[in-house]
Design a protein around this ligand. Structure first.
Ligand code: MG
Length: 159
């Protein structure tokens, strides 16, 4: 039996922060604001994985009030989420995600993001999809004020 989960996250762009998406640092004048490294893409993927397993959400497992998670690489949160699922005999089938941001262009960084995510989750890169779109200059994302991400994860019970 397969199970599916959805994840969504959004973070605000701010000066003086690194822009880290999918575990990859992207050169840009702004970065995402947050307690951890604010990797909106990995947060959405964590939530999709937790959702598929009905294990709550990322805020329950990694509270943003916990100093242990201050500035932490979200790749570590992703790895830990993978371990939470594995401990319950769940195996990931695939992950698909969409990033929504107006600037900067990130197409050249997508292969590196897929590789980082696959490595953290012990998947083949072919099981990890990352896509990106602008918001056609509409709303806050379209004005470049933030970055959002949607993700879907499919899992199955390991046999
Ligand atoms: Mg987040």
């Amino acid at each position: 039996m397969t199970r599916t989960g959805i994840g969504y996250d959004i973070h605000r762009m701010a000066p003086g922060r690194k822009l880290i998406l999918g575990g990859v640092e992207i050169p840009y004048e702004l970065g995402l604001l947050g307690h951890s490294d604010a990797d909106v893409l990995l947060h959405a993927i964590c939530d999709a994985m937790l959702g598929a397993a009905a294990l709550g959400d990322i805020g329950q497992h990694f509270p943003d009030t916990d100093p242990r998670y201050a500035g932490i690489s979200s790749l570590l949160l992703l790895e830990e989420t993978g371990r939470l699922l594995a401990a319950r005999q769940f195996k990931l089938v695939n992950v698909d995600a969409s990033l929504i941001l107006q600037r900067p262009k990130i197409a050249n960084f997508v292969p590196a993001m897929r590789a980082k995510i696959a490595e953290a989750l012990q998947l083949d890169v072919g099981q990890v999809s990352v896509k990106a779109t602008t918001n056609e200059e509409l709303d806050a994302m379209g004005r470049g004020e933030g970055c959002a991400a949607f993700a879907v994860a499919t899992i199955e019970l390991a046999s």
